[in-house]
Ligand binder design. Structure first.
Ligand SMILES: NC(=O)c1ccc[n+]([C@@H]2O[C@H](COP(=O)([O-])OP(=O)(O)OC[C@H]3O[C@@H](n4cnc5c(N)ncnc54)[C@H](OP(=O)(O)O)[C@@H]3O)[C@@H](O)[C@H]2O)c1
Length: 262
């Protein structure tokens, strides 16, 4: 029996930039990458959170760096890419994970709330991707994963700006996959349903809300951040070398279940 080439199911030696890596899905992605042999750079707004994560991972012998900043701001995105370029001279992986939401009915949104959601979730992913492009290209190819949502694929009552931002991230994924395929830069997305993170905690704490989420989830449970992280890691491995432009649901079957007869 012939063995697979070493490294196919590994991220050993890969350099990975993850936005929003201090908690929830982003922190789980960073830990998954580190445990698979990658070096990571995280960005989040809270400096103490960035420092404590980097210290925690460095103490385990992992190669972690980070920077405090708001990825909704162009000047922060520019600084992040400059620093990554200075440290590593290339980039193998970009995970556009940082995201936010304000839940309201559409007529109630202020212009500021609309702008906040769009610039945090969508503009950051678009601009980080294009700024990272030269570094990914100089690595000889690489992988981008956009953390979208099932809210970008079907109506969920999350509020229309969040849904729009996630749908646009999924189309950005396809557009970049088509544009950058010849550069060996693969671009994919994941679409989680409810995952146990601080962002989802607010609504899941309400027992009646949680019960209705579970009733609509074929697997009958909330997802864990590590379950999203595993999917992201796979998409970044050379094991996924011919996969680009896809949006992989991580949803316990949610999108497959339109109606369950009583
Ligand atoms: N949890 C779910 O059920 C679920 C489902 C579908 C999709 N998602 C998506 O998954 C992604 C991660 O969600 P999560 O649940 O892990 O959220 P979370 O627990 O709130 O964590 C968000 C992370 O992003 C950082 N962040 C937020 N805004 C930022 C900004 N403007 N600039 C830089 N960093 C920022 C946060 O740190 P700071 O606050 O310090 O900046 C934190 O590290 C989001 O894109 C979300 O839409 C989540």
């Amino acid at each position: 029996m012939t063995e697979k080439p070493a490294g196919t199911w590994s991220l050993k030696g890969k350099k990975a930039l993850i936005t929003g890596g201090t908690r929830g899905i982003g922190a789980a992605v960073a830990e998954e990458f580190l445990s698979l042999g990658a070096d990571v750079f995280i960005v989040a707004r809270s400096e103490p959170d960035v420092n404590s994560r980097v210290d925690e991972w460095t103490a385990k012998g992992w190669q972690a760096r980070g920077m405090a900043g708001d990825v909704g701001e162009a000047r922060v995105r520019e600084t992040v890419i400059t620093r990554v370029g200075k440290y590593w001279g290339k980039l193998d992986i970009l995970v556009n994970n940082a995201g936010t939401n304000v839940r309201k009915k559409t007529p109630a949104y202020t212009d500021e709330e609309y702008d906040l959601i769009l610039k945090t979730n969508l503009t950051s992913a678009f601009d980080m991707s294009r700024r990272a492009y030269p570094l990914l290209k100089s690595a000889g190819g690489g992988s981008i994963v956009n953390v979208a949502s099932v809210a970008g694929l079907t109506g969920l009552g999350t509020g229309s700006p969040y849904a729009m931002s996630k749908a646009a991230m999924i189309q950005l994924t396809r557009a970049l996959a088509a544009e950058w395929g010849a550069d060996e830069i693969r671009v994919n997305a994941v679409a989680p349903w409810y995952i146990r993170t601080p962002l989802a905690e607010g609504v899941l704490r309400r027992p009646e809300y949680l019960a209705s989420v579970l009733a609509r989830t074929p697997m009958g449970r909330i997802g864990e951040p590590e379950e999203v992280a595993a999917a992201v890691a796979f998409l970044c491995m050379s094991a996924a070398s011919y996969i680009t432009g896809v949006c992989l649901p991580v949803d316990g079957g949610f999108l497959s279940s339109g109606f369950t007869p009583p």
